[in-house]
Ligand binder design. Structure first.
Ligand SMILES: [Zn+2]
Length: 56
């Protein structure tokens, strides 16, 4: 977690079950890094984002 309101969380990739790094800034998802380079579709990424948002 940085002093600029950016942080990273790790989530399970919905496609392969591996870990994906999500970059956040001010509560918005600004970066997605997939360890296994699954290259999720925009729809899958949106679903993941909503899933995380729903847990807060
Ligand atoms: Zn994956």
């Amino acid at each position: 977690m940085s002093a600029h309101g950016e942080w990273t969380t790790w989530e399970f990739c919905p496609r392969c079950g591996g870990m994906a790094a999500l970059g956040w800034r001010g509560g918005d998802l600004v970066e997605l890094d997939y360890v296994r380079e699954c290259d999720l579709t925009a729809q899958e990424a949106a679903a993941l984002r909503e899933d995380i948002a729903g847990r807060r």
